[in-house]
Design a protein around this ligand. Structure first.
Ligand SMILES: Cc1cc2nc3c(=O)[nH]c(=O)nc-3n(C[C@H](O)[C@H](O)[C@H](O)COP(=O)(O)O)c2cc1C
Length: 220
């Protein structure tokens, strides 16, 4: 059975408080209509214990990658960090479809998303270094990004300041994972009177994106 990982990157733990999560729900409902057997796993990043690359983890990685040490030779603390990192990466790798729901925060995504992505960049697991350069190993998968923004970044002077969607797209692409589409709901803090129509348009875009993603199912 195919699996969809629904990754919400927002400290808000109630869907009613997050416009992004409301759009995400519309996406999921539509996707389920086209792939009723899909298994959906929720990953609310703020509920997870995400390893941060601190001195311990940095050193443990170095010992394994170029200091000739084996896992058994690591300290208990280092083994725990490495095990947690691989467990998180394995959970990610195990899916076929991915939905990221993020707000734009200070021109990028909430920092916890970077911490999460840092756990996925594991050589010979999610990417390989080849003579032609790095090659992503997470192929045959599809992803979508739903992003909310207080201001307008799709056009105008702020367009070049958007680094949330841009970074996620490149990071996933590096790992071989195609980000098919980004559903954007923008300008809701700057133009609050327009919230209903901005949300309506984003929900329509989410329905369209769900139909597109459900087409040509990923082969499991
Ligand atoms: C800490 C913080 C930083 C933010 N930074 C930006 C920003 O750089 N650009 C922007 O357009 N909106 C910014 N916003 C506004 C949010 O992107 C906006 O309110 C969005 O709709 C929140 O989505 P949500 O309802 O799913 O949480 C910021 C909000 C917060 C709380």
């Amino acid at each position: 059975m195919a699996k969809l990982l629904y990754i919400t990157v927002n400290p808000k733990n109630d869907m009613k408080l997050s416009k992004g999560m409301q759009i995400g729900e519309v996406f999921l409902e539509e996707f389920k209509k086209h792939q009723p057997d899909i298994e959906i796993e929720n990953m609310h990043l703020y509920d997870l214990d995400i390893p941060v690359i601190d001195m311990d983890l940095l050193y443990a990685r170095a010992k394994l990658s170029f200091m000739g040490k084996t896992f058994d030779e690591l300290s208990e603390g280092e083994q725990k960090q490495i095990t947690n990192m691989h467990a998180l990466a394995d959970r990610f790798i195990d899916a076929d479809y991915y939905v990221f729901v993020t707000p734009l925060w200070n021109l990028g995504s909430p920092a916890i998303l970077k911490a999460f992505l840092d756990n996925l960049f594991i050589v010979n697991k999610t990417f390989a270094n080849t003579p032609e350069g790095p090659k992503g190993l997470l192929t045959n998968r599809k992803a979508i990004h739903i992003q909310t923004r207080g201001g307008i970044y799709s056009t105008g002077p702020m367009a070049e300041f958007e680094f949330g969607d841009r970074f996620l797209r490149k990071a996933l692409g590096f790992l071989g994972l195609e980000l098919m589409d980004t559903v954007v709901a923008e300008g809701m803090d700057h133009f609050p009177k327009q919230i209903p129509e901005i949300m309506e348009k984003a929900k329509q875009d989410a329905v369209f994106a769900a139909r597109e993603m459900a087409k040509n199912p990923v082969t499991v």
